[in-house]
Write a protein that binds this ligand. Structure first.
Ligand SMILES: *Cc1c(COP(=O)(O)O)cnc(C)c1O
Length: 368
């Protein structure tokens, strides 16, 4: 048996007729930039996300960048981000000339917490980016309280957690202005690059809407130095179709996670994902931690099972961020996670047989 890390076929094949019809309707209109499809998707995504506004942009990195620019992040500002996040979170901060400040996550949830964040707040801090890593919501309402006490902005990086909740609040609805990605492998994936910004602030929404379109809301009148990062019309109509099934996809991911957890919990060497009280998880990734990670990964590969590591090199160890590496083992949790984390396949359509096979291979690795 072979099990790929990700297979989009089971969710895309049944949607083929709907996709073709939607693409046909765009072709009929011949309106490819910021057309009706983008507006419809923005409305539908705002409704899903329980925010007043959603704004479609080119990708998740641009969503973060535009969100930070909208709240005025610039040179000399500090922005607190997790030490174990994907590089995009840091790059968005750096591109605006600001400094990413790495904050260690909780060892059990892998998410940053208000008490860890507080240690890094200085006079230069402008914003906090909680990343709902692997699909589990951070303690958003607690982080927002801390931010408001210090007059800071919260920008949620919701690329991995569309639909997760903390104390009843959906991710992407708590921060002042928030970013998400519809990269094909995300829980809500486009069929190419796409992203969105969500907010409840009319003022921030209008400013972000200008920034994504050359700093303009009237053609050839440019109030700001903006970007070109518009959600593509084709992607918007396809996303509109997939959005209807997002809750179903997240339920399927949770069922897969439950199956993994019940089959792997008797193996003492394997640390399973832990969900914090008050939080929900939408399992963008099902990440286990094991000491002998590389050996297990190769063993599974020999058995036909592809796994991945999120992420094998923490930001402060990347060549592009040498300035954040002070060689003092300052981020031991990020390093432990990168040395021990292993992401198992999780996607709607992964079968019970495949899950059983993966779990029995992990068990036989430890019995050998
Ligand atoms: C995927 C991802 C992004 C970036 O999204 P792109 O659409 O690939 O630019 C940002 N942050 C996190 C945490 C991600 O997982």
């Amino acid at each position: 048996m072979t099990v790929p890390f990700l297979n989009l076929k089971p969710i895309h094949d049944p949607l083929y007729p709907e996709f073709i019809e939607a693409i046909g309707s765009v072709l009929k209109q011949n309106n490819f930039i910021l057309g009706e499809g983008v507006q419809q998707f923005e409305k539908a995504y705002a409704q899903f996300n329980k925010t007043q506004y959603a704004l479609g942009v080119g990708n998740g990195l641009d969503a973060l960048k535009i969100a930070l620019k909208t709240i005025g992040v610039g040179a000399d500002d500090e922005v607190i981000i997790p030490s174990n996040t994907f590089i995009a979170t840091a790059l968005a901060v750096s591109e605006l000339g600001a400094k990413p400040i790495l904050c260690e996550p909780d060892m059990h949830t892998y998410n940053i917490t208000a008490s860890n964040i507080e240690k890094h707040i200085t006079r230069k801090t402008k914003a906090i980016i909680p990343v709902h890593l692997y699909g589990q919501s951070c303690e958003t309402t607690t982080i927002l309280k801390l931010a408001e006490a210090h007059k800071l902005y919260v920008v949620e990086d919701n690329a991995q957690a569309q639909g997760a909740m903390y104390n009843g609040a959906i991710t992407g609805s708590v921060g002042h202005i928030n970013a998400t990605s519809f990269y094909p492998g995300k829980n809500l994936g486009a069929l190419g690059d796409a992203g969105a910004i969500t907010t409840n602030s009319e003022e921030l929404f209008h400013a972000a809407a200008k920034l994504r379109n050359y700093g303009s809301d009237t053609k050839y009148i440019h109030e700001l130095k903006g970007y070109n990062s518009r959600l593509d019309e084709m992607q918007a109509v396809l996303l509109n179709i997939k959005l209807k099934y997002l809750d179903e996809y997240n339920k399927a991911r949770n069922a897969i996670a439950d199956a993994y957890t019940s089959k792997l919990k008797s193996i003492n060497n394997v640390i399973l994902p832990q969900v914090a009280e008050g939080a929900t998880h939408v399992y963008h990734l099902y990440v286990i931690r094991v000491e002998e990670r590389d050996k297990l990964r190769n063993y599974l590969l020999e058995k036909g099972i592809t796994t991945l590591i999120h992420y094998p090199v923490p930001i402060h160890k990347q060549k592009s961020y040498l300035e954040l590496n002070d060689n003092s083992n300052a981020f031991p949790i990020a390093e432990t996670i990168s040395n021990t984390a292993l992401s198992l396949p999780v996607y709607p359509g992964l079968t019970t047989n495949e899950i059983d096979y993966i779990c029995s291979c992990i068990a036989s690795f430890y019995e050998a």
